[in-house]
Design a protein around this ligand. Structure first.
Ligand code: NIG
Ligand code: FE
Length: 411
C-alpha cells in the first residue's frame, strides 16, 4: 500500500537524518519544506521533498494537502491513561476550597483512584482506557507512554500494565510502559512506608520484569509521598531488571530528586514546576530529558515549569500531557502545545520541537517517531487549511486537525 501526500503548504519537522533531540538554542529552529510531498510505503515514510522535484507519478492513495500543513504526530511521553472512573467530585471539592494536598490527606487523590481501579475488572479497565486512547489518537497523538500507579497492590499494578500491553497490541500503536508502583503509600501501609517499598521492590518489581510488562520505572518523589531514600532504593533495585528511570520530581518541592534521577541515568525527569539552580546544573551534561506538563499546572493552578530557564541553560525540554484522573484529566497535546506558548513563553517552534522529537526521546522512540524522516513511522497530522503553523498554538482549545495518519493509515 502506497500513499502520496501532495501540494503540502508546509511540511514541519523534516529532519534528513534522525537526530535524538534538540536542546537550547536549537529548539528555536523547526525545519520546514514549503510546497512539499510525502510518499509513504506501507507504514513508513519512504520519501519527502518539494513538489518541484517530485518523481513519484502514482500511488494507491493520493491526498491533496493544498493549503494544509503536515507535521509529525505528537509524542506524549508522560501519561497515566489507564485508570478507572474519574475524580470529578474532587474537582468540585477543590473549587469549593479544599487543596489537592487536603484531598489526598483524607484518603482521596491517588488512593481514591486506586480503590476504583482495584474494583474494576481488567476487561472493563481496557474498555475505559481504549476509549481514551482512541480520543487522543484523533487529537493527533501518535506515540504514548503509559504508567501504572493506580493499582498499589501487586495484582492491580500488573492488571494496569497488562491493559497497557493489550492496548499496544490491539491498536498496533507505539506505547511505552512504566512501572509506577511507588505512586502513593496505600492505606494499609500507613505508617509503614518502608514496608510498602519492600513490597514494591521485592514483589512487584520482579513480577513486572518477569512478565516483561514495563521498560521504565517511576516514583513520585515528593514530600508526603516518597523520599530521596525511597527513590534511590527503587532506582538501584530497578537496575537489576534493566528498568530505566523516568521519574516524577519537583512537582511541589525541590529537594534533590533531579540530581538523583540524573545519577541513575534517568531518561527523563518530569514535572519540574519547582526548579532551582542546582537542578539545572545537575541536568547539564546529562542525557536526561526535562519534561514539562503544562496542563497539570493549568488544572491545579500551580506554577508552570520554567522552560525558558531550562532552554537558556542549553538544555532540551519535552512537553507531555500527564493525562490522569487527578491532576490532568485531559490527553490533548494541542492544548499542551498552546499552553506552553501562552503560559511558559515557548515559541511555537520550541513547543512543536518539545512535543514531537523531544517527546519521542523522552520515551526512547526517537529512532522511529518525532520527525518527518525517511524510514520513520508514517505518523502524520494533516491540519485544516490554516495560514501558518503559528495558528496551531494561537487557536487554543481548537485542534485545527483534519486528518491523522498512524502507521500510514488514516484513522
Ligand atoms: O503526575 N504527581 C503524581 N501523579 C500524578 C497525579 C496523581 C493523581 O492525582 O491521581 C501527576 O500529576
Ligand atoms: Fe504524572
Amino acid at each position: 500500500m502506497t500513499t502520496l501526500l501532495i501540494n503540502i503548504k508546509e511540511v514541519l519537522q523534516v529532519r534528513g537524518t534522525a537526530i535524538a533531540n534538540v536542546a537550547g538554542e536549537a529548539m528555536k529552529t523547526l525545519p520546514i519544506l514549503q510546497n512539499g510531498y510525502i510518499y509513504i510505503v506501507d507504514d513508513v515514510i519512504s520519501d519527502v521533498g518539494i513538489m518541484a522535484n517530485i518523481e513519484i507519478a502514482s500511488a494507491d492513495k493520493i491526498i491533496d494537502c493544498t493549503g494544509k500543513i503536515v507535521l509529525p504526530t505528537w509524542c506524549d511521553s508522560h501519561t497515566h491513561l489507564v485508570y478507572a472512573g474519574n475524580r470529578a467530585q474532587e474537582f468540585v471539592d477543590r473549587i469549593n476550597g479544599l487543596s489537592y494536598e487536603e484531598i489526598a490527606n483524607r484518603g482521596g487523590g491517588i488512593l481514591n483512584s486506586a480503590k476504583k481501579l482495584q474494583e474494576t475488572s481488567e476487561d472493563e479497565l481496557f474498555v475505559q482506557s481504549a476509549k481514551r486512547l482512541e480520543e487522543v489518537m484523533r487529537m493527533g497523538t501518535g506515540a504514548i507512554e503509559i504508567k501504572s500507579g493506580y493499582g498499589l497492590t501487586t495484582e492491580a499494578e500488573l492488571k494496569m500494565l497488562r491493559v497497557a500491553k493489550r492496548l499496544k497490541e490491539t491498536y498496533n500503536f507505539a506505547i511505552k510502559t512504566t512501572f509506577l508502583g511507588a505512586h502513593a503509600v496505600p492505606a494499609n501501609y500507613k505508617g509503614n512506608q518502608d514496608g510498602y517499598m519492600d513490597l514494591v521492590i521485592n514483589e512487584m518489581l520482579p513480577k513486572v520484569a518477569a512478565e516483561n510488562l514495563a521498560e521504565y520505572v517511576d516514583i513520585f518523589c515528593e514530600k508526603g509521598y516518597f523520599t530521596l531514600k525511597d527513590t534511590e532504593r527503587l532506582l538501584k533495585a530497578a537496575q537489576h531488571y534493566n528498568l530505566i528511570p523516568k521519574i516524577h520530581v519537583n512537582q511541589f518541592n525541590a529537594f534533590g530528586g533531579v540530581a538523583l534521577g540524573v545519577k541513575y541515568n534517568a531518561l527523563s525527569v518530569d514535572h519540574l514546576e519547582e526548579l532551582n539552580d542546582a537542578d539545572i546544573e545537575a541536568l547539564q551534561g546529562s542525557n536526561t530529558m526535562p519534561v514539562a506538563l503544562p496542563s497539570c499546572s493549568y488544572f491545579l493552578s500551580i506554577p508552570y515549569t520554567p522552560a525558558r530557564k531550562l532552554m537558556d541553560a542549553g538544555l532540551p525540554v519535552a512537553l507531555a500531557t500527564d493525562y490522569n484522573p487527578g491532576s490532568t484529566p485531559s490527553g490533548n497535546m494541542n492544548f499542551v502545545v498552546s499552553t506552553a506558548c501562552i503560559k511558559m513563553k515557548m515559541t511555537p517552534e520550541e513547543a512543536i520541537n518539545a512535543a514531537t522529537i523531544n517527546g519521542a526521546y523522552a520515551m526512547g522512540l526517537s529512532e522511529t517517531h518525532g520527525s518527518i524522516t525517511v524510514g520513520k513511522a508514517a505518523n502524520l497530522i494533516i491540519t485544516k487549511e490554516i495560514e501558518s503553523y503559528n495558528v496551531l498554538p494561537y487557536a487554543f482549545g481548537d485542534t485545527n486537525i483534519e486528518q491523522v495518519l498512524i502507521n500510514g493509515k488514516v484513522i
